[in-house]
Design a protein around this ligand. Sequence first.
Ligand SMILES: Cc1ncc(COP(=O)(O)O)c(C=O)c1O
Length: 363
Amino acid sequence: MSSLAVEHKAINLGQGFPDYPMNEKLISLVEQYMKSGHNQYVHMNGLPALRNVVADKVNGLYQHQIDPEKEITITPGGTYAIYTALTTVLQPGDEVIVFEPAYDSYIPNIEINGATPILIPLVYPDYKIDWNEVRKKISPKTRMIMINSPHNPSGSVLGKEDIKQLQNIVTGTDIFILSDEVYEHLIFDDLQHESILRYPDLLERSFVCFSFGKVYHCTGWKLGYCIAPAALMNEFRKVHQFNCFTCNSPMQFALADFLNHKESYLALGSFLQKKRDYFINIMGQTKFKPLPSHGSYFQLYSYEGISDESEKELAIRLTKDFGVATIPTSAFYKNSKDDKVLRFCFAKKESTLEAAVERLSKF
Ligand SMILES: Cc1ncc(COP(=O)(O)O)c(C=O)c1O
C-alpha cells in the first residue's frame, strides 16, 4: 500500500510510522557520539550502559529487576527480536499459537523454522482473545503462544483477566510465550500495560520484545531489545551472534543517555491518545465507523453497510481515487478474513490527518 501511495501521491495513513519529527536532542546525541569516535563494534549483547538503563526503566515501570548482563540483548528492531526468539526455540513439527489479525512477520517467522502456526481469530469487533478456543487448540506439539499488547492492527489491549487465563493455560506445561510489547507506552484511557515483566511466573518462560523505533518516533533506526530469563537469553544469543552480532554503536550510546529523560516515554500515551481522539473526532465527517482502540497508533474503521467491496479493493480504490492509503485488515490474516475493516495510522501531524479526512469525506 505504501508503494501505491507513492505512485498515486496519496496521504499514507497505511504504514505505521510518524510523520512528525523525532526529538532533536536524541539526534544531536547521535551526532555527538559519532564525532567523538564511538563508531566501532560494541558488545555483542548490546552496549552495557544501554542495557543498564533499560534494566532501570523496566524496574521503574514494572517493578521487576532484570539482570542487564544476562537477561537483555539489544537487537536491530523488534521484528528481529521476534524472529530470533522463535528461531531459538522452534523445531520442525512444533506448533505455535498465533492470534489473528497478526503483525505480518509472525507467520513467516514460524514457518521458516519448520513449525506450524495454529491460527486463532480474535473476536470481532473488540478483538479479544477467546481463551476457550486457546484451550481447545493446545496440543502436545504446542511450543509457544504469541501475544501482542497493545495490539497491531486492532488497538486492543490485554487485561488482568487475560493474564490469569494465560497463567492457567501454561502452568504445568513446557509452553513458551513470546510477548510483543513494542507499543508498551501507547496505551490509553487510563489502562495499565499488563507487561509479562510484571508476572515472574510467566516471565520465566517468555521472550519479551521491544522497539526503540516505536518509542522515539524513529522507526527507521531499527533498534530494539529482547528480555528473557538468563537460560533462554543464553540460547537467544547463540542465534544472534551469527546473524547480526552487534547493533549500531552511536545510536546505542545516544539512547543510553536519552533513556534517562523518562518524560519522553512517560508522556507518549497521552500524546497519542490526543491524536487518536482528534482523528476519531474529525473522522466523524466521514461514513466510516470507528471500532474500539485502546492502544498502539492504529485505529480500525468499519465500512460495513457502506460498500460491498472487499477490504483490498476498497483500500486500493481509496488510494487511487481519493488519495488516502490505508491497510486492509485482511492483510493481517493468513487466509484473508474480510470483516470490511481498514486500518488507519493516526501517528501523524494534525494537518496530515485533516487533509486525509477532507479527502475521505468525499467517499
Ligand atoms: C506488533 C509489532 N511488532 C513489532 C514491530 C516491529 O518493530 P521494529 O520496527 O522495531 O522492528 C511492529 C512494527 O510495526 C509491530 O507493529
